[in-house]
Design a protein around this ligand. Sequence first.
Ligand code: UDP
Length: 348
Amino acid sequence: MQHTVLVTGGAGYIGSHTTRQLLHAGHRVVVVDNLYSGNKWAVPEQAVFVELDSGNRAAVCRLMHEHDVTAVIHFAGHIVVPESVSDPAKYYGNNVVNSLQMIQACRDAGVRHFIFSSSAAVYGTPATIPVGEEADTAPINPYGFSKLTTEWMLQDLSHSDRINNKPAGECFNHVALRYFNVAGAALDGSLGQATPDATHLIKVACEAACGKRDQIAIFGTDYDTEDGTCVRDYIHVEDLAKAHVTALEYLRNGGQCQTLNCGYGRGFSVRQVLDTVQKVSNAELNLIEAPRRPGDPPILIADKTKIHEVLNWRPDYDDLELICDTAYKWERNLVKFQKRHRDQTKAG
Ligand code: UDP
């Protein structure tokens, strides 16, 4: 049976990849995006696109009724850690207050299934690696706190339906997906990250490889890791998008609330990533050794056991070279791509 899924932030990086996969799986999709950092051209034509703030509870609720929405995937949010430190109100406003409005719109409209973009930032600097979902949550920046607060809101609201003895078929159910380091692009080069002023390592390195930046800073070379640089669990965006589609099926089949890590369970250092970008691009990067960036844990790797067990999710692209190669090819095409869409918009 076809369902209608409302995707907030569906014009953004992970949201647009997920929208594509949802359509491919036969779902109808309504994208709600205020285009703060997303691009309308990233939304597939088969999706309904509404330029709207996800915090507009009344308008969102109307949309849900109008399109018979039965599930929400909530991507919309700010994602830049250093910015969250310098402007925390912006993060609590958009990531917490607007998320609450969205959750309340779901309850107003009787939408019971909710998938939330959370982050490994909720762990802060984990005591154990790989880090499992039961580990202490101790964010070290407002971004991480904003994600954790929304997880708590979802847990409490889901719980309240049960203690209020709502029938099981009417209870609000959610899955919070804690993303590790998302990167890469569509294998055919047709979609990828277009976020302006990107700060994430693979995106920044690909921009440098394409000549869009003169140099790339390595933030910290004295960590207690094999080569002194930070280690992260890089996951291909298509595998992450698939986790959302799978989580949706899980909730529809009666699955209970879950919090799940989304990572591959292995890590690469900053230097290994930069070597790989140089290899796939055949470009020599101008690497600068810089001081540590505040708020960076030395190592962050997912324990993937739970998502494998609960969703039976298996990655297709667990390959750093493929991740960097697709990201680089996308970056190379991006300028041409944006120009073509500007021209089409003018002509249309
Ligand atoms: N990093 C870096 N130079 C950059 C961007 C990132 O050395 O220009 C490092 C960063 O300090 C961290 C790792 O790359 O150790 C991953 O950072 P990113 O911002 O990509 O993701 P995060 O782990 O902070 O979510």
